[in-house]
Design a protein around this ligand. Structure first.
Ligand code: ADP
Ligand code: MG
Length: 593
């Protein structure tokens, strides 16, 4: 199973940033709240910045011995700032969360709406798991970035720029000295730390590998013993454990070096700054309070620079996620319409003809699946498509529904090019009972009404009766409300098929397509399903794909496909007279007489 991984990091490029800005258009409707949030963010960051300065003043006033007024005033000011900060950060958080949640709901809807309107060929080249993670984890990542990361970034810039400005104000010389040491040391620490994390992941992978050996060999212990491979496995496991030990020891060496580095580098840098500051203090260039707040600011700035590296990584991931999303948005959707009131101009009569129909799947160019097929089906006919597995029968049906576009040639409905008919109007008049039936996890009733969401329960029951499904549905204590389980697994194959037929029946289509609707049934269910099918086929054009259905015998026309070509056509009796004919051969091999 594919895990929902974070998208890969992307380099920060201009086009990436442009995409990110496009995403910010989702915030536009809520910009009032957003700006208010930014105001609170600025406010809390700036008051944060005042903190070390006031602490320094506090030290000074204590140092100068003027207890009382000054000291209390500054302490009160500090408490005041703390309160402001607390209030501001509360409002900042709730405002940003509000904006983000709402704009992400919009973005989620847009992504899903776009996705579901994409043509089938798009889904042929993507995995569902991957698309699913677009909507779930990528968008959650955007959420994190848009609220906390952005806020964090703004705060960091304010603290670094503001902090340095305030420090320069206190002592230019000391600031230069600090800047020459601290940022370099902090960044080195960040990158060193990351290197070690990467290394420990490598160690984890080695451990996982060794566990696989244990698991597999214990599960397959009979095979291990049957092949007397115990000693081989001992050797394999020994190699792995030695590898783990080697990686672990090396990682330990790095970790040791890292803590030495932290002691020497970070604390050394701090000592250096204080040493230099103390000299300035001795010279009377600065006072004790200033030195105190200077050291605090340096710590602030150092910590913030460290945090910025994390923010940077998150921004890179954010750009990766937006790029993936825009890749989906750039795919062209099908031209679908929501209200399908069948315009009399586009009412199908049921005549179908194909002219030189040729097709190859976009995902597999070069392999022609249908070759130059010209055929004619008249309204209310029952026709059968037969041919070996892989001949192109299912492909033919998806071209009729225009799930795919022909590579060459055309399909006409009542003499009219199918492309003139609006896609939704066309599809709404064709019902397909597909080869692998898909039921949604809800109830039987919900699954039937998928054929016509506006149907009343009487209509649903009527459809179920005609599909020969009402008998078994009635026997369930909960009737139509019986849940079918995930993908319909709590129903038998024959029951699933009859639910699907009821669904198609409810749609009341002009053209009905049954793709091997009885292929995996026992003869009792087949008889029931076939009975149902006969109801379904009256008064409309029906296209049946079947291996051993006796309806094929009764078909008005039978089309025989072989490796994508139409090789024979006619009625059962006509085709049976062709010596060495494909149909005759197939029927002798497959049909139950
Ligand atoms: P049938 O229904 O007659 O068994 P299909 O129409 O399903 O045959 O398949 C015809 C050919 O098209 C097969 O070679 C199959 O591998 C190929 N094919 C079917 N679906 C796809 C697809 N989505 N992408 C690429 N090739 C496909
Ligand atoms: Mg098929």
């Amino acid at each position: 199973m594919q895990q929902a991984e974070h998208p890969p990091k992307k380099k920060i490029t201009l086009s990436g940033l442009r995409n990110a800005f496009k995403l910010y258009s989702y915030i536009k409707p809520y910009r009032g709240i957003y700006i208010l949030g930014l105001f609170f963010l600025f406010g809390s960051s700036i008051s944060n910045l005042a903190f070390p300065k006031l602490l320094g003043d506090l030290v000074n006033s204590g140092n100068e011995g003027n207890l009382g007024e000054d000291l209390n005033r500054i302490a009160l000011l500090l408490v005041g700032i703390l309160i402001i900060q607390a209030v501001f950060s509360y409002f900042r958080t709730i405002l940003f969360v509000k904006v983000t949640e709402r704009s992400l709901a919009d973005l989620r809807q847009d992504t899903y709406n776009h996705l579901i309107c994409l043509p089938v060929k798009f889904f042929d080249k993507r995995r569902v798991g991957e698309l699913n993670s677009r909507i779930s984890s990528d968008i959650s990542l955007l959420q994190e970035t848009m609220t906390s990361t952005l806020a964090e970034f703004v705060r960091q810039v304010i603290i670094i720029v503001g902090g340095i400005a305030l420090l320069t104000f206190t002592s230019f010389k000391l600031t230069l000295f600090m800047l020459a040491i601290i940022p370099g040391v902090v960044l080195a620490a960040v990158f060193f730390g990351r290197f070690i994390r990467r290394y420990s992941r490598k160690a984890q992978r080695a451990v996982a590998d060794s566990n696989t050996i244990v698991e597999e060999t214990l599960q397959g212990i009979q095979s291990v013993k049957a092949y007397t491979n115990e000693f081989f496995e001992m050797f394999r496991y020994k190699e792995k454990t030695l590898e783990i030990a080697a990686i672990g020891i090396k990682a330990g060496r790095y970790r040791g070096a890292f803590s030495s580095f932290l002691i020497l580098g970070l604390f050394g840098a701090l000592v250096a700054v204080i040493w230099r500051g103390a000299m300035l203090l001795a010279n009377g260039d600065i006072n004790a309070g200033e030195l105190f707040s200077f050291v605090l600011y340096s710590g602030f700035i150092g910590g913030t620079i460290g945090g910025m590296a994390t923010v940077f990584t998150r921004i890179q991931r954010f750009l990766g996620a937006t790029e993936d999303l825009f890749e989906i948005f750039n795919e062209e959707v099908e031209d679908l319409t929501e209200t399908i009131s069948t315009d009399p101009d586009h009412q199908l009569g049921g005549n179908i003809s194909t002219k030189n129909l040729t097709f190859e799947y976009p995902s597999r160019p070069g392999e022609t699946v249908l070759k130059d097929i010209s055929l004619e089906i008249r309204a209310h006919q029952l026709v059968a498509l037969v041919g070996a597995s892989g001949a192109g029968k299912t492909t033919m049906t998806s071209l009729l529904l225009r799930l795919h576009t022909p590579t060459k040639g055309s399909i006409e409905f009542d003499g009219k090019d199918g492309r003139i008919i609006p896609l939704s109007t066309l599809r709404s008049q064709i019902a397909l009972v597909p080869q692998d039936i898909f039921l949604f996890g809800g109830s039987i009733g919900e699954n039937i009404s998928y054929g016509d969401p506006k149907a009343t329960s009487e209509q649903i029951i009527e459809a179920a009766k005609q599909a020969n499904a009402w008998g078994f549905i009635q026997r369930f204590p909960e009737g139509l409300d019986t849940l079918v389980g995930e993908r319909g697994t709590q129903l038998s194959g024959g029951q699933r098929q009859r639910v699907a037929i009821a669904r198609a029946l409810l749609k009341n289509p002009r053209i009905l397509i049954l793709d091997e609707a009885t292929s995996s049934l026992d003869s009792e269910s087949e008889r029931l399903v076939q009975d149902a099918l006969e109801h379904l086929m009256t008064g409309r054009t029906s296209i049946v794909i079947a291996h051993r259905l006796s309806t094929v015998r009764n078909a008005d026309q039978i089309f025989v496909l072989d490796e994508g070509s139409l090789v024979e056509q006619g009625t059962h009796d006509q085709l049976m007279t062709i010596p060495k004919g494909k149909y005759r051969n197939l029927s002798q091999l497959q049909f139950i007489p």
